[in-house]
Design a protein around this ligand. Structure first.
Ligand SMILES: [Zn+2]
Length: 260
């Protein structure tokens, strides 16, 4: 048996627990015997995750459900395999459920042909659809569901007391989940999600990649300002809402202005 390494009461993160990097963050939340996972990572890592959970003395039959923060391959590829081993259900936002049930490889970043990325995305049935305002019970704990679109239109976050399991919204270095038009990213929605996180009275952010960290409204302000700038620059193509440079250029052309 392994000693449980809690990062917060009732919360274990499996990379931390293992003492080495497995993949995306996998949070195990439990109350007494009942437990859930938030994200599961790649299929190749499922066996290690099962072994870890077994060695932590959690009953494999006591997994209430496997929750997806969104449908990306690095968070969800292992869902079908793990679900079969645990004989449990899958829980996701309806838009993530569509991708997971179809085994979509484009919107989940499993297939990025231009970069030679060709991953499998095994289809999996999603029994439970969740959305903003829903509450997931784990024993006597209540996990509140937040819809936080931006990185993906199905991105969820989960509040547990003063913790926010914040998905791919924000990382400790101020980075955010990839902004990509083909992925359903939406910068105005992303800004609204980050403002909601900034303004909420949660103390800790537990992201889906990298270390958990204390929420800092000033840092979030800087990130929001950066995303605001993207709305008017070409950096993220059609995710911008306008391109003032071209308006200026149009005026300069009309005025017959030449380079000086
Ligand atoms: Zn991610």
């Amino acid at each position: 048996m392994l000693q449980r390494k809690y990062i917060f009461p009732n919360v274990i993160e499996l990379n931390v627990q293992a003492g080495h990097l497995i993949g995306c963050n996998v949070y195990l939340i439990h109350d007494q015997d009942e437990w859930i996972l938030i994200d599961v990572g790649y299929e190749d890592d499922v066996d290690e995750i099962v072994e870890l959970i077994r060695n932590l003395d959690f009953g494999l039959s006591k997994c209430k459900t496997l929750i997806a923060t969104h449908a990306d391959v690095d968070h969800c590829q292992g869902l079908a395999k793990l679900k079969q081993i645990l004989k449990t259900t899958v829980t996701a936002h309806p838009k993530a459920a569509n991708l997971l049930e179809a085994g979509d490889r484009l919107k989940t970043f499993a297939e990025i042909e231009a970069q030679g990325i060709h991953e499998e995305m095994p289809a999996v049935t999603v029994e439970n659809h969740i959305n903003d305002g829903d509450v997931i019970k784990i024993g006597n704990l209540s996990l509140q569901v937040w819809s936080t679109p931006g990185h993906a239109d199905s991105q969820l976050a989960f509040r547990l007391g003063n913790l926010l399991l914040s998905g791919d919204n924000i990382y400790r270095d101020g980075g955010v989940g990839a902004i990509d038009a083909h992925h359903g990213s939406d910068i105005p929605a992303f800004i609204a999600s980050l403002e909601r996180i900034r303004d909420a009275d949660v103390e800790w952010l537990l992201p889906s990649h990298g270390p958990y960290f204390r929420k800092d409204p000033k840092m979030l302000d800087q990130v929001i300002a950066r995303l605001n700038s993207y709305l008017h620059l070409s950096d993220f193509g059609t995710c911008a809402i306008g391109w003032p440079l071209i308006d200026q250029w149009e005026q300069e052309i009309a005025e017959g202005k030449l380079p000086t």
